[in-house]
Ligand binder design. Sequence first.
Ligand code: NAD
Length: 497
Amino acid sequence: MTQTATDTFTVTNPATGESVGSFPVHTADDIAERLAAGREAQVWWSGLTFAERKTRINRWIAAIATRSDEICDLGFRETGRPRGDVQFELIAGLEDLRWAAAHAKRVLKPRKVAPGMALFNFGAEVSYPPLGVAGVIAPWNVPIYTVLCGLAYALAAGNAAIVKPSEYAPASSVLVMDAFYDANPDAPRGLITWVTGFADTGSALCRAGLDKIAFTGSVPTGRKVMAACAENLTPVLLELGGKDVTIVAEDADVEKAATAVVWGGYFNGGQACVGIERVYVTRAVREPFLAKVKELAEQVTAGLEDGASYGPMIVPAQIDLVRRHVSAAVEAGAIALVGGVDSIRAPFVDPIVLVDVPEDNAAVQEETFGPVIVINTVADVEEAIAKANATRFGLGSSVFSARRGKEIAARLKAGGTTINSVLTFVGMPSVPFGGIGDSGFGRFHGDDGLREFAAPKATTTKRFQLGPDMQSFPRREEDFEQVRKMVKFRYAKRRGA
Ligand code: NAD
């Protein structure tokens, strides 16, 4: 594809201001050009067998892995995160590609189904043709992972895709996408294309008449995406924000819970949709839990380069949000167990733990998206579950309990729950990933993730004529009489189970 945009913008390292590269601001015309190329390429791609697509995706995985040092370096430079964290999201993205390619045939190949008694003279088949050209809009916090996640399921299902990475971190994912053509020089260049720019470019993508938009980002933007897509009735998948919770029950292994919460809260500087932002600890284990969290959190360091536990806040506006939430909590009487407002030394924010924050406080109800963990004490698990479910979000969650993990997990309103660990459902491509409530709808990952990018189709075949032909005129009284008898025979004696 040629780049036709004339305006450009510069991407800089948020910690040093170093320029990482310059990217075009693409317009609706650029998107229209990519869509036309995508439609052509998709015909070629969907004409391949599942095995042929899998081979090409596997070649792409190998090409990405070969260039992984270069990709992680670019990811470090554009977000300031430790290279280890970039490596972490790259592995998660590669696992998505591998899993989707390996399982697409099992999930999406046509299958015969029972036609049912009333139409048993028919054959019935369900098939899963691709949608066409999908749009993938991605955020800045895990830019490679969120791009690969959308692409994996869209491509494995037989679609072409146009990707819009975040304006804050497009460089690493553009390199990853371009590696597809290094590995597959025979593929038409419209199969995976990308556009860069700001809200207007994303909005134009939503309005361009694509066959699906898979959006990962914030709740306010998710609303705009859905409204823009409504104009053409373009279906949407929304992976939005979270306020993920951990419950620490009376019978929890407190040391393991504290270790996991500190990692889950501060991984990526808390700039993770599934980061642990709230903890409900039962009174019986409050003191040892708080002591261990404090001990561990004080060892966590924010900084640049690989010695740091996490890097800078990637977007300046996030620093103001963290300040607002921490100030609101402290003003409302919360205890700053670790750090406090003084921990904010832009562009870095040192680890903060807030204890006993009122439930209606912004620090409990709104997504903070920074290294801030709120820990509130509850009398028992019942109270913990009620409070855990009392936000508008429902992305991830976790529970620590020796005996009641499954029971508590089943009652948490969230797209995923991890028992006696945190976040693991995200790194497992075999299970669906997504949210409920303000955390969005639709799923990446797993069989459901592949079906997101297909249009289930029913094909029924008449095999022979059986009894009266009810699909013809004129209708005879005796035919209705037969149907009447059939209704009574089949349904009248049903008793519950
Ligand atoms: P954002 O909503 O500001 O931006 C996301 C993307 O949307 C960017 O590429 C942006 O340019 C684009 N965009 C902006 N305005 C648009 C518009 N009007 N129409 C179409 N596209 C538009 O989000 P962000 O700040 O980049 O990312 C942080 C948010 O993403 C957090 O809320 C986080 O929880 C969420 N997130 C969710 C998941 C998940 O899987 N649920 C994963 C990662 C991040």
